[in-house]
Design a protein around this ligand. Structure first.
Ligand code: ZN
Length: 269
């Protein structure tokens, strides 16, 4: 009897593991972490990228479901900015997994979470790089086109930490995915003024659909086929704001939210 149960468990584990093997497609998962951001990507050859670590440790259980059982390493973490709803699980992720590289904004801010992250980094051999639009990253054919923040923006005290969120445009074959952290209108305007190409099929909406983000000019320049919002059910901030939803509707851009759908998973050939 026990032998049969054991064989059944091994078989199930085998089926699960085979489904998590690289399949030649780029996978994007907007994790359902409540009111916050955490995004997990797997490249066509199986490299893994985690963008932000949510408001609590729920990112860890998502990674447990999406990563092979014996896989204890992640190739790249991107921390868009250090607000609690983006950073919280990352010190623990650093303790539990070997992280090859972490990409940070040039201004991190001060908080207990930042201290915990820096302490975890100090005990690791993770390579730390700061976002620089002059230096894009590439992981087996998937380009991370770093859009923002510029060195000038970091040096200029005009921008809040939200507005210094790392903005990355993922480019793979003829697909583009724009990840915007929590930037607001002033960063959107500066990005537009720089003339950089931000047109993308998929837009991860900035700042959980706050009314201080997603200005019409920015949405026209991105011109996405679909917009994804990472947001908690019945959150205290009223995200996503009705006026922002109206703006997307007026432009004919469909929206999916993690509050309504749970984890949003897309794949690209
Ligand atoms: Zn946020």
């Amino acid at each position: 009897m026990w032998k049969r149960v054991f064989l059944f468990v091994v078989l199930l584990l085998g089926v699960r593991e085979s489904m998590l093997l690289p399949d030649g497609r780029l996978h994007l998962h907007i994790l359902d972490v409540g009111q916050g951001d955490a995004i997990f990507m797997v490249t066509p050859k199986g490299k893994q990228i985690l963008i932000d670590g949510g408001p609590d440790l729920s990112t860890l259980s998502h990674l447990g479901k999406l990563m092979p059982f014996f896989d204890r390493s992640i190739d790249l973490i991107v921390l868009t900015h250090s607000d609690a709803d983006h950073i919280t699980a990352l010190p623990e992720v650093l303790r539990r997994f070997h992280i090859d590289t972490i990409l940070l904004s040039g201004r991190l801010g001060n908080s207990g979470s930042v201290d915990a992250l820096l302490a975890a980094l100090q005990e690791s051999d993770t390579t730390i790089i700061t976002a620089n639009p002059q230096e894009d990253l590439s992981l087996d054919g998937v380009v991370l086109d770093v859009i923002w923040p510029t060195a000038d923006a970091i040096a200029n005290n005009r921008f809040s930490n939200n507005n210094l969120s790392v903005v990355v445009r993922i480019v793979y074959n003829d697909h583009e995915i724009l990840l915007t952290g929590d930037i607001e209108k002033s960063a959107e305007d500066a990005i537009l003024a720089s003339g950089v190409d931000i047109q993308s099929d998929i837009l991860k909406v900035a700042h959980h659909g706050s009314r201080t983000s997603s200005s019409t000019g920015f949405l026209l320049a991105v011109h996405p086929d679909i917009a994804l919002i990472s947001v908690g059910r019945d959150n205290q901030y009223g995200h996503p704001h009705p006026s922002v939803l109206d703006r997307f509707h007026a432009l004919g851009i469909p929206i999916k939210t993690t509050a309504e759908e749970g984890v949003i998973s897309l794949e690209f050939r």
